[in-house]
Ligand binder design. Structure first.
Ligand code: FAD
Ligand code: UDP
Length: 365
């Protein structure tokens, strides 16, 4: 524990660790706690019992168009260039996903060029105005057949909700392409930390002004805290003892499996199963990390309502409830709320780094 005055950081994920490092570099003393037995939050990776680097909380692929963010993290890691590719299984066959021209040509037995693909989408789309829900987004761009084949059931599985009941931003994460680009992301920087995320976090938190204590729940220690300021990165409703009711967060169960003597299990890093199985997708880690091994390790993601909070659920009514918690947070002048759970935003890792850098800047004046 740091000598007073110190700043307490709750959560050692991207939000907490970036703020910790920035404050430490500015000469502040910070103490980081996390209720889990490890740092790195949901980006935590580790060697499984077979020696393969796996992401315990599901596949994490780093991508950003923010040069400043990429440069910032480059202080703590080298990188391995990696462009993620995903295929979706429909009717037992695998197709490029996000939907591109090859998807159309293979699915419908066509031979469209770029202009032909654009004309195809124009013909099948169901124009929606305004575009409010995730259903609107998809129908408006690719029409009903592609919606039903690739989006409807995946979304029902992932969120336990029909796309019509989710805000547009959820499905709008997925582009639609008339070219044959089959990368999942098109950001300028796409890479994986060369030695893994956990190593990158170790380097970030390795500072004489930072102490880290794991396996400590803020709820158990909050009454005794003597910190001059708290940076809280956990679920915002838990901070306020759920006084306005529970904010919905979607959870997942991860089923990890090792396949001995299988050099490669699947053709791309991730395969999505929109219409089959209780899981949404399978990821094979060796694609992401480039690791060589005679066996391979995969993870299946089973969405569920209960369990660790992983995703805020983007719906107007949930955001209204979040707003009530945010109003309370404004009155806590000695607490900064930052991160995916505390800000209730469907942030990618780079966006959390951006939010954490901004929060640290406010704190250091
Ligand atoms: P977290 O990583 O959740 O960290 C919060 C920490 O706070 C946790 O370690 C938690 O244990 C701790 N905590 C909470 N409450 C308490 C308490 N009461 N006391 C003490 N500690 C507490 N982003 C991408 O950019 N690319 C991807 O490919 C990608 N894939 C993803 C896949 C999955 C399955 C999931 C769930 C997310 C994915 N993300 C991805 C998003 C990414 O995980 C988040 O943006 C990022 O990890 C959020 O960082 P954070 O610090 O806000 O939260
Ligand atoms: N989605 C879908 N079919 C897919 C992949 C994604 O319907 O094959 C929808 C689904 O609603 C999902 C959202 O698009 O939650 C965002 O997908 P993304 O892969 O970005 O989700 P994440 O990696 O954050 O879980």
């Amino acid at each position: 524990m740091q000598a007073a005055p110190y700043i307490l950081i709750v959560g050692a994920g991207f939000a907490g660790s970036v703020v910790a490092r920035e404050l430490a570099d500015a000469g502040r003393h910070v103490h980081v706690i996390d209720k889990r037995p490890h740092i790195a939050g949901n980006a935590y990776d580790e060697l499984d019992t077979h020696g393969i680097l796996v992401h315990r909380y599901g596949p994490h692929i780093f991508h950003t168009s923010g040069e400043r963010i990429f440069e910032y993290l480059s202080r703590f890691t080298e990188w391995r260039p990696y462009e993620h590719r995903v295929r979706g299984i429909v009717g037992g066959k695998s197709y490029p996903f996000p939907i591109n021209r090859d998807t159309l040509n293979q699915l419908y037995g066509l031979d469209l060029d770029e202009a032909g693909a654009a004309a195809f989408f124009e013909q099948v789309r169901e124009p929606r105005d305004p575009v409010l829900s995730s259903e609107d987004v998809v129908l408006n761009s690719v029409g009903r057949d592609l919606y039903e084949k690739f989006f409807l059931n995946y979304t029902r599985k992932q969120w336990g909700l029909d796309p019509s009941r989710l805000k547009a931003g959820v499905a709008a994460r997925i582009p639609v392409r008339t070219n044959t680009d089959d990368r999942y992301f098109t950001d300028t920087f796409q890479a994986m930390p060369l030695h893994g995320y956990t190593k990158m976090f170790e380097s970030m938190l390795d500072h004489p002004n930072i102490s880290v204590e794991l396996g400590v729940d803020f709820a158990d220690v909050r009454v005794n805290i003597k910190a001059s300021h708290i940076v809280y990165t956990g679920p915002i409703d838990a901070y306020f003892n759920h006084c306005h009711g529970h904010l919905p967060y979607r959870s997942l169960r991860f089923e990890h499996e090792h396949l001995p003597n299988v050099e490669q299990y699947q053709e791309t890093g991730t395969i999505n199963y929109p219409n089959d199985h209780a899981y949404t997708r399978i990821t094979e880690f060796k694609h992401l990390t480039g690791q060589k091994h005679k066996g391979t390790s995969i993870v299946r993601e089973y969405p569920q309502a209960e369990g660790d909070p992983y995703y805020p659920v983007p719906r107007a009514e949930n955001e209204a409830l979040f707003k009530r918690y945010e109003d309370l947070s404004m009155k806590e002048s000695n607490v900064t709320f930052v991160g995916r759970l505390a800000q209730y935003r469907y942030y990618n890792m780079d966006q959390v780094v951006g939010a954490a850098l901004a929060a640290a800047k406010r704190l250091t004046g």
